[in-house]
Design a protein around this ligand. Sequence first.
Ligand code: SF4
Length: 216
Amino acid sequence: MADERKVENPFRVLPAPPASAPATVSGAAGEREAIREEVERGVLFTNAGAMVNWAVNQSRVNAIWPLGFGLACCAIEMMAIVGPRFDISRFGAEVFRASPRQADLMIVAGRVSIKMAPVLRQLYDQMPDPKWVISMGACASCGGVFNNYAILQGVDKIVPVDVYVPGCPPRPEALIHGIMKLQEKILKSPVEVGTLTFYPKQPAKRASGSKKKGAA
Ligand code: SF4
C-alpha cells in the first residue's frame, strides 16, 4: 500500500496553497503544487550577506586548529581525540599547532596554577582573531578538587571561555561534543570583513497554521 503521509517541506519559502486545494497530486491544482515543490527543492533563496556569512563560517568550523597545549591529566584525554579511535580529523580539528600564531582554538586541559596563568594569557594574546577557548574538565572550569591558593579557580578569570566541558577527566567523546557545540556557536556568529559585518540568515518563521494541536 502506498504511503500517503504528507511530509512537510522544510525549505518551503513560497506561500502554502489554500486549504481548499486537493490533497492528492492530481488535476491542475495538484500539478501546480508539484511544480512548486520541485522549484523550492531546487532553488536557494538567500541574500548576499547571509551567503558570505555562511561561506566564511563553514570554512572556519571545518578547520578549527587547536593549540598544542596541555596542563595536566585532562591533556591525555585531549591527545586521545587525535588517534584513530576518536579521529577528530572528521571535524577538521586534528591540526594541533605548535605556535599560537597559527592556532584558532585553545583547549585548557587541566588545572591552571597561578604561576602558569600569565603564560596562558600570553599564549591567548598571541593567537590571531577570531579565536575560541574550550575549558576542559573541572579543574580548568572552577579549580576542581584543588581549592587552594596555588590554583586558579576558573580559567574564565583570565580568558573568555566559549564552551565548558564538564568531567574529571572528561572522556574524549565529551571533548568532541564540546567542539561540536563550538561549531554550532561559530555558525551563528556574525562575520566581520573590514568595516562590514555579515549576519547569518535568520530561520524562516513558521506559518501561523502550523501551531501544535491544543495550543491556545
Ligand atoms: S579535571 Fe580531573 S583529570 Fe582534569 S586536570 Fe583536573 S584532576 Fe586531572
